[in-house]
Design a protein around this ligand. Sequence first.
Ligand code: ZN
Length: 586
Amino acid sequence: MMMSLVRALSPFIICGLLLSGCRSAASDESADILLTGGKVYTFNWDDPATDGAPAKNAPYSSGIWKPDAEAIAVRGSRIIFAGNSRDAEKYRGPQTRVIDLQGATVIPGLVDSHTHIAGLGEKQSRVDLIGVQTEEEAVARVVAFATKVPKGEWIVGRGWDEGAWANRYPTMKLLSERAPDHPVLLGGLHSFAVWGNRLAFERAKITRDTLSPAGGTIVKDRNGEPTGVLLNSATTLLTSAVPPPTDEQLKAYVLAGLNVMARDGYVAVHEAGADSRLMRAFESLAAEGKLPIRVYAMLSARDAELCRAWLAKGPKLDTIGNLTVRSVKAFYDGALGSRGAMLLADYSDKPGHRGVSGEGAGFDRKLVAEMMKGGYQVAIHAIGDAGNRETLEFIESVIAQKLEVKSNRNRIEHAQVVHPDDFNRFARSDVIASMQPPHCAEDKAWAEDRLGPERVKGAYAWRTMRRNGARLIFNSDLIGSDHNIFYGLHAAITRRDKQLQPPNGWYPEQRMTPEEAVRAYSTWAAYAAFWEKETGVIAPGRWADITVMDIDPLSVGATDPGMLLKGNIRLTMVSGKIVHSTKTSF
Ligand SMILES: [Zn+2]
């Protein structure tokens, strides 16, 4: 009797409870965006050991990764829930936008922690001539581009192959006829030649009377008239005539570059050296609320005036309008390929040479030390083993003067060749090694020629860094290298190039595990920008910064890493805003 009464009443009781529950959920708990049906790796577990072994609390067993969540709820700019689909339902309200991820993989938002973003944007605003086979084809691309450019403004392009075209250089004739209203400058693929139209030559004041400079050639016809092509050092006669971008153009480049990064899955970039003009562009875009992704800007130490101004006002610790400014970038040496990196002993393929020296090396130590003492992180470009040693010595010397400098999360950019005695100094002074997996994939062709078989073991030595307790972050150094995350992850996990060479990897003992590779592009990069409490993992309370892709980088990275190169970005979210999504699926 009692039982049946309860049974008879219970539907009403349950319904009543549910209704009140639903009502409060709708008003208090409902999400703005609910992502369901995904393979979510929150990375909200401990770091892997320095040999790469996942932590005990990682969702990993017997060599297999398992996503640790399926759904994410977002309200405003923050994540309010990450967990299974059933528990996620209580965040579904009448206004909630629900996105079915259809099994796509979600990871904490990707960060490219060393970029030159204006260059990426500028590239978007140039005529791309890579792959053109004929002069007519190149001119046609210019003509199509010209419809978007006000008359009288320069059109700049790049990519026709001056090597392949050496026996049949183009001339200004067709280019001038078809594109008469814009000065046009078209750089060769290898930067040894430029090709221009008549208006460009007029603007640059290059005439039959102009003499070829030493080491260069103004190509002229039988009558002594310039034909339209300049070679080697003569190219600057034309390139120097192109005016630098206006403030508005620079802003447009920055915006275009950041939009490319949003499309490619990145929620943030660390800009490796912004001068006064670039800082103005960032600040103005931030004030207008137009930065689509986060920008962690490093002030260029080469711009002393800019640094002094920031020294006076102090670092901008809060992220306002997606912009953070609390870092300064300096250069110590050059590059390894061009033998500008400073080595402790001679280059193996150039006896008597140890890289740049004298005025070519170093930076304004006094100014940079003042910035560091003023609370700025320093990020110093150092490539050779001498460059790295002297940079470590510099950072250590400033710490010795003021201990707080040690907590500035100072970084060495590239840390490309390090002497065996110096690896443990990174951890000792809390210096972050900021390294580029694409450089390893690309430089392996000649790195051993420069360094010889012994020194090369300390080059691109990610595992040695980790074993010595150094914090490691990964990035592309775009536009010098392709910033595609799948290329970066593949290079980090395999030490192979895009052609999957060499099959077992170049010095494979330095490879990273898939988890380490992803963390170096997300969780650890967040730390390098002082954002580890705000982002870097997917958890309630964090910024809603996430990246969705159609491939599981942990599983595929472990079982068939070559497949990573086929991955695609599906969605990028910054502060709860979807800044990119592939329309077909979402
Ligand atoms: Zn760089």
